[in-house]
Structure formats: structure tokens, C-alpha cells
Write a protein that binds this ligand. Sequence first.
Ligand code: ATP
Ligand code: MG
Length: 608
Amino acid sequence: MKLSSTTAKNSYRYFWLLSKIFPYIKPYMGRVIAGFLVAVPLGLLDGVVAFSLKPYMDYVVGQKNLVFSLLGHTYTVSYLLLGTIIPFGVIGFALFQGVLRYLNDYISEWSSQKITNAVKISLFKTLLKMDTKFYDENSSGIVLSRFLTDPDTASKGIVQNIKTIITSTCGALGLICVMLYSSWKLALIGVVVLCAAFVPVALIRKRVKQASNQNMVIGGNITTNINETYSGNKVMTAYCLQERQEKAFVNQIHESFDVAMTLIKRAGWMSPLMYLIASCGIAIVLWYGTGLILRGEMTAGCFASFVTSLLLLYKPVKTLGNTLTGLQTIFVAMGRVFELFDMEPELKECKQPKILESVNSSIVFNNISFGYTPEHTVLKNINLEVKKGETLAIVGNSGGGKSTLVNLLPRFYDVDSGSITIDGIDIRELSLSSLRKHIAMVFQDNFLFSGTIKENILMGNYEATEEKLEQAIESAHLKEALDALPDGIDTMLGERGTTLSGGQRQRVAIARAMIRNAPIVILDEATSALDNKSEAIVQKALDNLMKNKTVFVIAHRLSTIKNADRIAVINEGELVELGTHDELLTHENGQYRALYEMQFRKQETVEV
Ligand SMILES: Nc1ncnc2c1ncn2[C@@H]1O[C@H](COP(=O)(O)OP(=O)(O)OP(=O)(O)O)[C@@H](O)[C@H]1O
Ligand SMILES: [Mg+2]
């Protein structure tokens, strides 16, 4: 399945998306709700400060004592006392609000982080279950952004944004209450202004989305470029491709700049426009409010607290506007994340898989055909039987399908037609792990994980004893090389095993295959990267690995091919010849003979 770097099909099904994320939120529901509950007073407290201006102006500034009755008693509070209480009260509220804000941030960060982590862990599990085709089709940039950035945006965003919406809505409501209390007429003007300020937000939502989608594509390309610069650094240096990489990077950065500027052009006027609308509102309020005071319909204190509320109202409204626009991005990210969860590897284990216990008789390719894409068939009608304990060498033209053929056995891909059987059982009926447990592979370019050499070898079989480990190292002719390293087998490898030479890497891979002690061994050009001397050493290691096993070996070395029990010649995806070295040489115009004349004869003279 090829992932799009921007869109996902379900980004607009909001309720569906929320129902999808809910199971991840559920375990932390208590804290999430606690965070939301704290957000309510946090927002409302804004109004308290504005409200306190009214008694301050009317009593303290107006030098009037406050007289009020409670439960039949009449109390008097002197304006001097009020002048002290109110400022301290304001500080007290700020302190209280500070504590609430801290609590709110802490709780919502905690819960949103936990939710994001849960989503990321499940996503990583989905990634791990994907088949080889998925990794072939999707660039690392896309996968990285989908698996690392989107879950943050999606799950963290949803919790944080709901929190912000609650705080801002409560803030706005509190302030509106103060405004209504001060003067309903003025409040009406305020609310109209408030609604008007929302209009631009609604208008630009779609245009913002387009630009942010574009930004995602560019982000993915940039990541891929950096990854390639990193893993292809040798080729880059050798062919002086720095300029090419730089050009690509600079282009991408410029593109990203253009998109950012488009975004600003499209969305940047929203904030000034909102300010303008707000100012108009304030201007009307000032003009109308002054009239109300002059006519004695409103006190100066009331007016002060109204204007303060109106000014304070701008912030939560703006935040609310931004958050609502941002919600779109979050839903897009959620769509992209939950699309991944629905991703199923095309290659699946059957419902009731059989467990492969051992290989007893033979491996058969029954008339198989296969292509990576439907348009291009790589392997055509191959029939082949390999007996237990037999070594089959595979030769043929480059790109002919040799690697493809052996990659079908551990089910990296499934055949398009025909079947592969082990002891008569179709490999598609076997459990994937039991099938793969019976196969040890050494590739041309072997990947070593970051970690120690020991860990890398033990990946072949974690249950291996120290003794078996020693044996594997010995048979892989790795001992000498390891002794030369200061930390020996505990040497830490660089990210791609870079601290070892090509031959040493290959021998670590052979030790890894050896310790697996699997009955089927696949060697795909396992020595092709080596010089003659290291190749001879590695070849010895391979001979050890191949002992008493059923072996598929793709090689260019004559002695390996000659020593094989049989040789299969695969040219342009077809099995054109099959037989022993001597048999095949007797074919007058045979392809093996031609290959032998062209390539191997030279080696024979060197080797003899
Ligand atoms: N992952 C892939 N996706 C699509 N096509 C592929 C993939 N791997 C190989 N191919 C194509 O399949 C064909 C057979 O490739 P394969 O690697 O099996 O050849 P090969 O015989 O091993 O060649 P070589 O001797 O050069 O290693 C080639 O045409 C190649 O372009
Ligand atoms: Mg190959």
C-alpha cells in the first residue's frame, strides 16, 4: 500500500476519528477530565479581575463607603479598606490562577503525552507487521512523518486543543457575564463584534488546509533527502554529489518558504482584521458608553470594568479562532494516523497456520510466476525441486530474477501463481515465524544493527549458549578479527555497522546465520563484496554453514558453483537449464556453458 504524503481518506469523518482515538484516551480519562475541569475556573478567573474594577472605581476612586446587608445586619466597609483589599485580592487571584495554570499544564501534558505514546507504540507495531512490499514502496520521509510527527499532532493536539477551547470559552463566557452585568446594551454591541471577529476564521479555513498539506509533502521530501544524504554518503562523496544534494535541499527549503509565505498571505491578514473589528467595537463602545455615563445610566466603575472585559475578551476569542482553525490540521493528522492502523500487510499468515517442525524431504517450486508489479512478470513458470541436504547453485544474467526467487522462500513476497511447498505443505499454510525460523539468510549487503557485535550475532538465535556462540565465531573465521578489536565481541557497532570492514561485516552476518542452525540456508552473493583473500576465508566459513543443510546459493565464484550438487540457470526470469556442472557443460549451445566460457573459465585458470 502506497501512502500519500498529505491526504488520508477519512480526514473529514470527525466522529469516526474521535471514536477511533477514544480507546487511547479512555485509560487516562480521569486525568483528561481533571485537566478539563481545572480549565473551567482557569478561564472564568479572567472575568474576576475585570469585575473587581467596578467596586474599585465606584467606591475607592469615588471615595464612597460600601454598605451592604447580609442576614438582616447592615455592614459598612470603608473605601480605604476596600482600596487595600481589592489590589491584594487581584494578586491573590493571580496566584490562584497561576497554581491552576500549572496544574492544568501538568495534567494535560501528562495525559496527552501518555495518549500519544500509546498511539505511537501501536503504530510502531503496525509498521513492524508490514511486509517487504510496503518498505519497497514507501520512502523513509513519508514513513517518519506519518509514524512520528502525526501521532503528536493528532493525539496531543486533540487533548490540548479541547483544553484550550474550554479555557477560552470559559474565559470568554466569564467576561461576557461581567459585560452583561455592567450593561446589557453595551454587551450586545460586544457580542456582535465577537461574532464578526469569527467570520474571517471561517472564511480561510479551507485555504489554510491546502497550504498545510503542501507543507507536509515538502517536509517528507526534506526528511528523505537528509536520510539519503546520510546513508548514501559514500556514493555522494565519491561522485561529488554534494552539489546535487544541496540543490535539492535548497529547492525544498525554498518551496517550504513559499508555502509558509502563502500561508501567511492567506491567513496572516486574519489577525489584523480581527484587531480591526475589535477596535471598531471598542470605538463604538467608548462612544456609546460615554453617552450612558453622561446620562447617568451607568457608573464610571461599571464602564471601566466593561471596557476591561471587552479588551480581555479579545485574547480568548482569538485563541478560540486559532484553535478551531488548528483543529482541521489535527483531524487531518488523525486521519493520516488512523489510516495507518487500517493498513494490512498484503502478505498474511493464513487463519490456522501449520507449524513447520522440520524439513524432511524437499522444497518444491511448482510452476511459480511472480512480478513486483502486475505489469512486469519477473519469474515465469519456474519448476524446481530441491531435496533435503542438497546444495543448489543459482546462476544467470543480472536482473534475471535470482534474488527474487530466493526471496520468495521466506515469503518476503508471495507468488502470483503456482506454489512453493516444503515437504508437500504450501508455505502459505505455514506460520510465518516457524517458516522463517527454519531459514538462515546471508545477503550481499548485510545489515548490522547498532549495538555490540555479540548482540548482532545472537540475533540469529537468542537462546544460543556461550559455547554455540564461540563455535559460530570460530566457524565464521571471525575470531582473529575480533581479537584485534579492543573490546572484542563487545565492540559497539556504528549505526550501520560502519566500524567493521566489508568482509568482517559479512562474516558477522555469517556467524548470525550459523548460530541460527537452520535447516535451509540461503546465500545471495554472500561473498561478492570481498577481495580474493577475504573471499577465500569467508568461503571456508560458508562451507561450514552449508554442511548438512539444504542450500540455495547465488554466487559468481566457480568453486562454489562447481561444488554444488546441481546448478539452476535463470535467465530473464526463466529456468533455462538445470543439472550438475559436468552435465550442463555437455550442452553444446547451452547457456551455462556460454556463461562458463565467458566468466568462470578465467577463474579456473587462476584457481588451479
Ligand atoms: N523490490 C523490487 N521492486 C520492484 N522490482 C524489483 C525489486 N527488486 C528487483 N526488482 C526487479 O526484478 C528483476 C529481478 O531482480 P533480481 O534482484 O531478482 O535479479 P538478480 O537475478 O538477483 O540480479 P543480480 O544478479 O544483479 O543480483 C529486475 O528486473 C529488477 O529490476
Ligand atoms: Mg541479486
